[in-house]
Write a protein that binds this ligand. Structure first.
Ligand code: UDP
Ligand code: MG
Length: 136
């Protein structure tokens, strides 16, 4: 059963000073924040996180962007956490995201779209482990 998801506030939203507004929305939507930290990923760490997209045309540019500044990662919990977070976040392209969604409000482009959310229970578990599991 899905109980957790990984959310990221991406470097574009941090530069816009939107951390506070995004966290307020998270709490207003009934999510519990059970983990939170600010990181500045290396290019290699960004490439590892997005390894699933390694053959996509946007992989190099995306991982440059994701390692370009600080990010805030959060573990969220709630009923239907994965689908509800993706609904609050909006679709990938901010130009197509519904008004009121975080990507519509804070996103700039299909790449610089302000927010990340896991897309299923298996990826949520993998993504949370990526940032929280002790590296041996
Ligand atoms: N992305 C991009 N160009 C594209 C599609 C996606 O730069 O044409 C970036 C964007 O930042 C997106 C991330 O790659 O959030 C991961 O893509 P995915 O298809 O998994 O979208 P998401 O699940 O984030 O909506
Ligand atoms: Mg995705």
């Amino acid at each position: 059963m899905e109980e957790k998801t990984l959310a990221i506030i991406k470097p574009d939203a941090i530069k816009k000073k939107a951390i506070g507004k995004i966290i307020q929305r998270i709490e207003d939507e009934g999510f519990k924040i059970s983990g939170l930290k600010m990181l500045h990923l290396s290019k290699e760490e960004a490439k590892g996180f997005y390894i699933i997209h390694k053959d996509k045309h946007f992989y190099e540019s995306l991982t440059d962007f994701m390692s370009s500044g600080e990010i805030v990662i959060m573990v969220l919990e709630r009923e239907n956490v994965i689908s509800h977070w993706r609904k609050v976040m909006g679709v990938t392209d901010p130009a197509l995201a519904e008004p009121g969604t975080l990507r519509h409000i804070f996103g700039f482009s299909i790449e610089r779209n302000a927010i990340h959310g896991s897309d299923g229970p298996d990826t949520a578990e993998w993504e949370i482990d990526y940032f929280y599991k002790e590296k041996t």
